[in-house]
Write a protein that binds this ligand. Structure first.
Ligand code: ADP
Ligand code: MG
Length: 230
């Protein structure tokens, strides 16, 4: 089988928050994530997991090293181009779903496309398709407050994938869900991965980490590859 191209290529990447006092959140690391991988990142609270995700998600800027996303050297970009690249290539899913309370599920998803040069009807159609993909066709017009936690996270996942990103980044996506709901949200992520989506999931939960095909661990800002023993 031919090797898939890298989506994420980190070379000597580190992150120190300036403070004061300065905090080293991520020590220098080299890492390649290839298209189609499902990577989980574990580690105790405060280890640097979210810092890593924010860096890969272009929400934060490294202190040293280089970061190529889909072959593009992100360090060379101005703020506007970084933001545009993030919007085009990356989808985010967070622990607390971040849905707009007075917008329907479909509107929440369609808002992710608002910066595209697409007609409203076209955006709505794509939002509908994304909600079908996550199994919520029957809840398209529901407000987030009327949805269960698992359903809200599905809406958030639909919103994250509606623009066909190269990379889906999830920070503790099951942190607010009970075990059974968490498992079904993970099944959804596996399904999206099986049709080619590259996924990185941050979790402190080993049961979640087991669902990935590759596992990394961060301790005290130091990232290392984990041999998969499950
Ligand atoms: P995790 O997600 O693994 O719990 P974080 O990446 O959030 O860990 O945090 C790693 C370290 O960086 C912690 O010591 C945290 O206090 C610190 N940190 C996180 N964000 C900031 C920030 N914006 N400014 C300063 N320190 C931060
Ligand atoms: Mg965190």
């Amino acid at each position: 089988m031919t090797e898939q191209p890298p989506v994420v290529e980190l070379c000597g990447i580190s992150l120190t928050y300036p403070g004061p006092p300065p905090v080293t959140a991520l020590r220098p690391v080299d890492l390649i994530v290839r298209r189609g991988e499902f990577v989980t990142v574990t580690g105790p609270s405060g280890a640097g997991k979210s810092s890593f995700l924010n860096l890969v998600g272009l929400l934060d800027m490294q202190t040293s090293g280089s970061y190529l996303l889909d072959g593009i050297d992100t360090g060379a970009l101005c703020d506007r181009d970084r933001t545009a690249l993030r919007g085009r290539l990356i989808g985010f899913v967070f622990q607390s779903f971040h849905l707009l309370p007075y917008r329907t599920a479909m509107e929440n998803v369609a808002l992710a496309l608002v910066y595209r040069k697409q007609k409203r009807t076209e955006r709505m159609e794509r939002a509908r398709e994304a909600l079908v993909r996550v199994g919520l066709e029957h809840r398209i017009d529901a407000l987030p407050t009327t949805l269960s936690g698992g359903e809200r996270q599905r809406v958030a996942i639909a919103r994250a994938v509606v623009s066909n990103p190269s990379l889906l980044l999830c920070d503790e996506p099951t942190g607010n869900l009970d075990t059974r709901t968490a498992s079904s949200v993970l099944s959804l992520l596996e399904e999206l991965n099986s049709v080619g989506l590259t996924i990185v999931v941050i979790t402190h939960d080993l049961a979640v980490a087991r669902r990935g095909s590759r596992s990394l661990e961060i301790r005290d800002g130091q990232m290392s590859e984990q041999a998969i023993t499950w």
